[in-house]
Design a protein around this ligand. Structure first.
Ligand code: NAD
Length: 349
């Protein structure tokens, strides 16, 4: 298949691009190259004959029309988004612009292209979303595909809005869409402002390791390569109009997660004295901080046969090693304007 992948220079999108090329697909990577993008993430496939890059914004309808006409994709995998919850609290406008208006514009461009092509049944518009649209859980229960939406941050509200638009384009216009909602991803190439890199890099630099509130907030973690594999499966085998929850069944409180990272670092790069955990410090909680997210991935396991292959301990170990081995990558991103100032804030997801 020829896949038009939006946001392919970001964290998850680049993993999808690399796996799609490895699986024999042709890929057009469409990305606006915002502060969160890094083309180095796809350097390993940049010279592949079946890879093309389009520098474009998903809000730019004319550019999208040209790209659809030029490449005639069989499917769209839509990952481009503003993705950082803390940034959405400081400046929600960009999230509405990209995640809502951008998704709307991409849907309309895809619908125009699909209609002109005679509404081919094999065409797919795969919208990639988050479990945060379901809101916050208490100590019990997990999100299923039928859990009512209850987004609570500007980020999750904008993603929820985009999910609704995508479903509406299926019911109203018949556009063959599939959706997936995933828990927190982690792994190599994770942008330095997100929790796990903040902790690894802060620990190495001797900075305080900021944890929101008392660290009891629980997240479910999934290794990014497992997510990318699940996404390609949902694209090829998911039923039109349906959504699939993707999760790692790896629930950890933020404090447990940070302690695990410190223990891995203690073993790999011991401090002259003490533990990296001594640097843990608790900071004022994020407003509207959801207590717990947990995904029930039974449907994707049952219907598509997908299960994560990397355990959390193994994935964290690999991730820490990747940051130790790729200092030039994260130093270049840290030096970008506006990023360094966030490193002490305690960004979680
Ligand atoms: P990211 O911030 O690392 O990457 C986003 C990419 O989108 C960047 O390359 C950026 O340049 C691009 N982009 C942003 N605005 C754009 C625009 N207007 N036009 C074109 N490109 C634009 O994000 P990520 O963590 O890789 O997340 C990818 C997708 O997966 C998002 O839709 C996010 O909501 C979803 N998701 C993320 C997680 C997670 O844990 N990171 C979990 C579940 C779902």
């Amino acid at each position: 298949m020829k896949l038009l992948i939006t946001g392919g220079a970001g964290f998850i999108g680049s993993a999808v691009v690399r796996q799609a090329i490895a699986a024999g697909h042709a890929v057009v990577n469409l990305d606006a190259l915002t502060y969160a993008a890094c083309l180095d993430n796809v350097a390993s496939v940049a010279d592949h004959p079946e890879y093309a890059f389009e520098h474009a914004d998903i809000r730019d309808r004319a550019a999208l029309d040209r790209i659809f006409a030029r490449h005639a994709p069989d499917a769209v995998m839509h990952l481009a988004a503003e993705s950082h919850v803390d940034r959405s609290i400081d400046g929600p406008g960009a999230f509405v612009e990209t995640n809502v208006t951008g998704t709307y514009t991409l849907l309309e461009a895809a619908r125009g292209y699909w209609t002109e092509a005679g509404r081919p049944a094999h065409f797919r518009f795969h919208h990639i979303s988050t479990d945060e649209v379901f809101g916050s859980l208490g100590p019990e229960g997990r999100f299923t595909e039928d859990t009512p939406y209850d987004p609570r941050s500007p980020y999750s509200a904008s993603k929820a809005a985009s999910d609704h638009l995508v479903r509406a384009w299926f019911h109203t216009y018949g556009l063959p869409v599939v959706l997936s909602n995933c828990s927190n991803n982690y792994g190599p190439h994770h942008f330095p402002e997100k929790l796990i890199p903040v902790i690894i890099l802060g620990a190495l630099a001797g900075r305080p390791l900021p944890i929101y509130g008392d660290g009891s907030n629980v997240r479910d973690w999934l290794y990014v390569e497992d997510h990318a594999e699940a996404l390609l499966l949902v694209l090829s085998r998911g039923a039109p109009g349906e959504s699939y929850n993707i999760g790692g069944e790896n629930e950890r409180s933020n404090l447990e997660l940070v302690r695990t990272l410190c223990a891995i670092l203690d073993a790999k790069r011991p401090k002259p004295s003490g533990s990296y955990a001594d640097q843990i410090t608790f900071v004022a909680d994020r407003p509207g901080h959801d207590a717990r997210y947990a995904i029930d991935p039974a449907r994707i396991a049952r219907e598509l046969g997908w299960r994560p292959s990397v355990t959390l301990d193994e994935g964290l170990e690999r991730t820490v090693q990747w940051y130790l081995d790729n200092e030039a990558w994260w130093r270049a991103l840290q030096s970008r304007q506006g990023v360094g100032t966030r490193l002490g804030v305690g960004a979680v997801s």
